[in-house]
Design a protein around this ligand. Structure first.
Ligand code: ZN
Ligand code: FE
Ligand code: FE
Ligand code: ZN
Length: 271
């Protein structure tokens, strides 16, 4: 069983369940380890309805730390940090002081548009889809280039092709052209990408990233890890058999686990 490195908790205001319930589900599945990656607090006012407040962060830390005593599954402490222009203003002092095992870096907004928010889906009908994706990949490149103190902002790019969520996509040719420079920057930063099975629960019915993007990542030797993006305990490890099959078909033989933000390769199970 693969480790699940993308798990939210009720603290983000749009998930259900305390950390203990997610861990119990992972234990039932025989999962070796899981990492909590709830949405980072952004006291600058960014998207306040989808995250814990800064004064709730100690509660998050304690809720996860309380689960680390038992040996199986191993419980890791992480966060999903949004990348947006200016996010470093808060993160540069705050994030390096936390003792995270893993920082996922994700892009959920283009300007003030939450492009993956079902309530804002209609905006897709009035934008140039290809240009929107190009802007998105520019932001992924900036995420990869971003440094806080001496280290990279994030270790892993979350749901690399999130804009496909509702089925709006560029041509494969345009996708390649815009994704390759971004993936070059991801590789340069030493970041990994996650194989995020939550796309199978969305209108697109497809894992993030697509087989095409994963093959471009493999060409650059970009490491992978696995995430369900669980917002409810029953979503832990969601369709990880499909995620493993996708990784294997792209030619991956290893994934990475993290401790204190350091990657460690491990061999993938056979199908
Ligand atoms: Zn969420
Ligand atoms: Fe996300
Ligand atoms: Fe998430
Ligand atoms: Zn996510």
């Amino acid at each position: 069983m693969l480790a699940d490195y993308h798990i939210h908790t009720e603290l983000c205001q749009h998930a259900e369940g305390k950390a203990s319930a997610f861990r119990a589900r992972a234990m039932d599945l025989g999962m070796p380890e899981l990492c909590f990656t709830d949405h980072v607090p952004n006291p600058d006012g960014y998207d306040p309805v989808n995250r814990m407040r800064l004064d709730q962060f100690p509660l998050y830390r304690t809720m996860v730390a309380d689960l680390t005593r038992a040996s199986q599954p191993v419980v890791l402490f992480g966060v999903e940090a949004d990348y947006y222009d200016g996010c470093e203003r808060f993160l540069q002092d705050w994030l390096p002081r936390q003792e995270f095992d893993l920082v996922l870096g994700s892009v959920h907004y283009i300007d003030n548009w939450g492009f993956d928010n079902p309530d804002e889906r209609h905006v897709w009908d009035s934008v140039d889809v290809t240009k929107t994706w190009a802007t998105y990949f520019d932001l992924i490149g900036k995420l990869a280039d971003s440094r806080l103190a001496d280290s990279r902002l994030a270790d892993v790019v979350g749901h690399l092709d999130l804009p496909k969520k509702f089925g709006y996509r560029p041509s494969d040719r345009d996708l390649r052209e815009m994704a390759q420079p971004a993936l070059d920057r991801v590789a340069e930063a030493g970041m990994a990408i996650e194989i995020n099975s939550s796309g199978l629960r969305r209108p697109v019915h497809e894992i993030y990233p697509s087989a095409l993007l994963l093959s471009l990542a493999k060409e650059r030797d970009i490491p992978i890890c696995f995430g369900s993006d669980a917002h409810r305990p029953e979503e832990v490890g969601w369709q990880f058999d499909a995620s493993l099959a996708l990784a294997r078909s792209a030619g991956y033989t290893h994934a990475v686990q993290y401790r204190r933000r350091q990657p460690l390769p491990y061999a993938l199970p056979t199908l």
